[in-house]
Design a protein around this ligand. Structure first.
Ligand code: ADP
Length: 484
């Protein structure tokens, strides 16, 4: 099987969230299974310096973009057998400090940037000598890809066009642009309608993908069900209900080569399911790094997140205000909303011995928090998959999650099944419900035998990409008609 992935983020080259981790791990796992895999991604600032082995690919693209044209070079890297990364170089679009925005403001030309990127993907899909059989697009940034391929297949006689699929990593981000941006597609007007990429008079990149991809996936089974409801459908639930037969939820995996409690360059102390002593040493090191008093016998809660509405950081702030009267400590790594940043800063100022906050994006520190904490908080309003609750389990840290999306699919609550429990879940989106879950955590912490059993169970749970990749292979085979 020959698969071309298209993504605006790819670990380790670029990342703002889980999309980067997922696309990298999926590509790597498929290539390892022997499938031919290409990944197309933009050449962002600094990558050529950081990866001197990037090679110029003898290919120059010059593509129509609205009334003008835009051209790009292609650079390649082959990090593993069967795996080629194609970097689209257009300095005007991608040689910038941010991926989508700068200082909280989206780039004004995101419609141009990702329309062009999607055209470049389709151009590669069409002319690469190895002829991909499947083009797998991700999120709104490549939402136009399935539409372009559909058009070429149906209207321009590209009979051998690849099959397409689009993965929704987060339905809340749709790539909405004024209707005038439709001219950037250089397509006939008929796709700009209710059944196509129009959304209340605007152009919707994600909807283009949802309407024209041969198949749609999302990153957990529960989220696949949730997004067909009005509550979680972000205005696209009608379309998703119509396409329900083509919609599948596949839980993301964890790249255990990156996220491992032993042999990990980011962790000062290694540990395993059989010997958790290193975990306590990591807790001490983490408290030291955050300049908090070393209260090793007190529970340490942690959070690593985009400070966004989706992530439940408002109810978390309120719950902490209530819970910090108890003897616990809390560390946070995150960035995003200015109000939330200052809310957490105020909490830190009020409880300097108990709370430490680091504003920023720091992958190394995220490993140390996952490994050093006792409990990891994820009170998301909605969560397509979520990765940190799975990373926590890998690091023997108990996740406390709201019962939604992928959080529900990847954590087992004590009350649901004591024999298989790996975490604590709560239902209502409220500070009260979260505080109650944190109180359960305090009880668990005071019951060391049970805490130990749950930690071990988390460490031994299989969220490996091998398992996830196998499910994608079956899905691709079905898409190609190889499987019934
Ligand atoms: P989302 O993609 O919605 O942000 P996920 O849980 O799917 O949420 O993935 C988030 C990824 O980004 C995880 O790998 C997480 O560790 C990482 N991450 C989020 N915020 C930060 C941060 N401030 N510093 C380092 N890594 C972060």
């Amino acid at each position: 099987m020959r698969i071309l992935q298209a993504t605006s983020e790819l670990h380790p080259y670029s990342k703002t969230g889980g999309l980067a981790d997922m696309t990298a791990a999926l590509a790597k796992s498929l290539a390892r299974e022997g499938y031919q895999v290409g990944v197309v991604t933009p050449l962002y600032r600094g990558l050529r310096q950081k990866y001197p082995d990037l090679k110029w690919f003898d290919w120059h693209m010059d593509l129509p973009l609205g009334t003008g044209r835009a051209s790009a070079e292609v650079w390649v890297r082959e990090p593993a057998p069967n795996l080629t990364i194609y970097f689209i170089r257009h300095d005007g679009f991608f040689e910038r400090p941010g991926i989508y925005n700068e200082r909280g403001h989206d780039y004004a030309d995101n419609a141009e940037r990702f329309a062009f990127f999607s055209k470049a993907v389709v151009h590669l899909a069409r002319y690469l000598p190895w002829q991909p059989e499947i083009v797998h697009a991700h999120d709104w940034q490549t939402g136009l890809v399935p539409l372009f391929i559909h058009h070429l297949r149906e209207r321009e006689g590209w009979w051998t066009a690849p099959r397409t699929c689009l993965t929704i990593h987060n339905l809340a981000y749709q790539g909405l642009f004024p209707r005038a941006a439709y001219a950037l597609t250089n397509l006939p007007p008929n796709y700009f309608q209710l059944e196509g990429c129009e959304y209340f008079g605007l152009l919707n990149y994600l909807k283009a993908g949802l309407a024209y991809a041969d198949r749609i996936t999302t990153v957990s089974p529960r989220y696949a069900r949730e997004i067909t409801t009005e509550e979680y459908g972000c205005g696209l639930d009608g379309l998703l209900r119509r396409r329900q037969r083509d919609l599948t939820g596949i839980l993301n995996g964890v790249d255990y080569e990156e996220w491992s409690p032993s042999g990990n360059e980011h962790l000062p102390h290694a540990f395993t399911a059989d010997d958790l002593r290193g975990k306590l040493a990591n807790k001490a090191a983490l408290l030291h790094e955050f300049r908090l008093p070393a209260r090793l016998d007190r529970p340490l809660f942690g959070s690593i997140t985009r400070l966004a509405d989706q992530k439940g950081m408002d109810i978390q702030l309120a719950a902490l205000q209530e819970m910090l009267a108890a003897d616990l400590q809390f560390v946070l790594l995150g960035s995003g909303s200015v109000e939330l940043e200052s809310g957490y800063r105020r909490l830190e100022a009020r409880y300097p011995d108990k709370v430490a906050v680091r504003i920023g994006f720091d992958p190394g520190l995220s490993h140390r928090i996952e490994a050093g904490c006792d409990f990891f908080l994820m009170p998301s309003r909605f969560e397509p998959c979520g990765l940190n609750q799975m990373y926590s389990q890998r690091y023997g840290t108990i996740p406390i999650v709201r019962r939604t999306g992928g959080l529900d699919d990847s954590v087992v609550d004590i009350a649901d099944d004591p024999e298989r429990a790996t975490g604590i879940k709560f239902n209502a989106y409220s500070a009260r419900a979260l505080a109650k879950a944190m109180r359960k955590a305090l009880v668990l912490y005071a019951t060391p035998r049970l805490l130990h059993v749950m930690r071990r169970r988390g460490l031994e749970t299989d969220f490996s990409w091998c398992r996830t990749a196998k499910t994608y292979v079956e899905f691709y085979e079905e898409l190609l008609g190889v499987r019934g």
